[in-house]
Write a protein that binds this ligand. Structure first.
Ligand code: DQA
Length: 145
């Protein structure tokens, strides 16, 4: 079984982009930290795209391949009904992650379409939020694989 970690626009620049908000660690660091949490027999797929439709395609792919989805939709969090609808078609647990505390920021970041589907929402824990999300998916789906 697999956990899919999907990341939206500009997160390819994680570590370089506004480090005062998002920190100095990169998506490769996220992947390494999350892999370290997995029991034998559980795989991890971490992907990032700047394109909404690509994220929709990956969520659809996860229907057959993933036991759970961790998603940081980045700016699409606040705009994308298409990503919300795709997640509604996924049956396993979905955990929404934001590196920054979106509630401490501009008002337009306070609303999330994805939260209408997410089983849990994590914001403001930095990239540790991804680790917390993976732990939650493991506990919801049974850690033994
Ligand atoms: C973000 C918060 C979003 O508002 C923003 O557009 C991002 C990243 C976060 O991880 O804190 O790109 O999802």
């Amino acid at each position: 079984r697999e956990i899919h970690i999907l990341n939206g626009p500009n997160l390819n620049l994680l570590g370089k982009r506004q480090p005062e908000i998002y920190g100095h660690e990169t998506l490769a660091d996220v992947e390494r930290r999350c892999r370290a949490l997995l029991p034998e027999g559980t795989g991890l797929v971490l992907r990032q795209s700047n394109h909404e439709g690509q994220l929709v395609d990956w969520i659809q792919e996860a229907r057959a391949a993933a036991c759970g989805i961790v998603i940081n939709p980045a700016a699409y969090t606040h705009t994308s009904v298409a990503i919300l609808d795709a997640l509604h078609a996924f049956e396993g647990p979905v955990i929404e992650v934001h590196i920054s505390n979106v509630h401490k920021r501009e008002a337009f970041r306070h609303h999330s379409y994805v939260s209408l589907r997410a089983d849990g929402v994590i914001a403001g824990l930095g990239i540790e939020g991804y680790e917390a999300a993976v732990r939650r998916i493991l506990s919801l789906t049974g850690a033994a694989g």
